[in-house]
Write a protein that binds this ligand. Structure first.
Ligand code: TYD
Length: 212
């Protein structure tokens, strides 16, 4: 059995903590797990990550930005994701195509269908089996992020409030657009409550995949 799970959410939603906990639970249960993140996950893709997040590149065109994320994803697919799924692993990815649909498609207003088309080509039509969106709302995200970063913001984090509000709302839109694949998790609760909510959804998906 192979399974591809991506985790999404706006800045400050607690994604890294929950990824750590989910990876740990899966390993304890004996699953073979490959974990990675986007943008990045391979040496070439990490170079693209530096380029796209560097605050010095303030003049970057929105389409160039969308294409760079897609380029990073194409490389990541080839070197990490496809091989992991071919081995029968559970592939855990911290952000994947939905980040582009939301940040570039909705946040940068390039359009979800347009960004989806570019990405479909980059990742050879592969979509996650399950996408978990950790949802906290704009204000709560901002509060947490300010605490975490102490003012050091990357290029995306420096984008306008309107952009980040669109991203936040955009995740709700995405959950409505892809109800079979995308599950919205209320991430406003404490770490343990969110961990349990994440595990319920993942366990259900694993059981369904094992029945197949
Ligand atoms: P990162 O530090 O990985 O953010 P986080 O810890 O919140 O996951 O930075 C990635 C940034 O890039 C984040 O602001 C979201 C953005 N992003 C896009 O705009 N499009 C994409 O396709 C991806 C993968 C990320």
């Amino acid at each position: 059995m192979s399974l591809f799970i991506s985790m999404e959410g706006s800045d400050g939603c607690g994604k890294t903590t929950q990824m750590n906990l989910l990876e740990q639970t899966l390993r304890e249960k004996g699953y073979s797990v490959t974990r990675s993140r986007e943008p990045g996950g391979t040496p070439i893709a990490e170079k693209i990550r530096e380029l796209v997040l560097d605050p010095e590149n303030a003049a970057m065109d929105e389409r160039a930005e969308a294409l760079l994320y897609a380029a990073s994803r194409a490389q990541h697919y080839k070197e990490v994701i496809r091989p992991a799924l071919d081995r029968g692993d559970i592939m855990l990815c911290d952000r994947f195509v939905d980040s582009s649909l939301v940040y570039q498609g909705i946040g940068r207003e390039l359009g979800v269908p347009q960004v989806a088309a570019v990405n479909e080509w980059a990742i050879r039509g592969l979509m996650p089996d399950l996408t978990l969106i950790l949802y906290i709302g704009y204000e709560e995200g901002l509060r947490r992020k300010n605490r975490q970063t102490a003012g050091h913001l990357d290029r995306l984090e420096q984008a306008s409030e309107a952009f980040h509000r669109r991203v936040n709302e955009g995740y709700l839109t995405l959950a409505e657009m892809y109800p079979d694949r995308v599950r919205l998790i209320d991430a406003t609760g404490d770490i343990e409550t969110v961990r349990e909510a994440v595990w319920r959804v993942v366990e259900e998906k694993i059981k369904a995949a094992e029945r197949k």
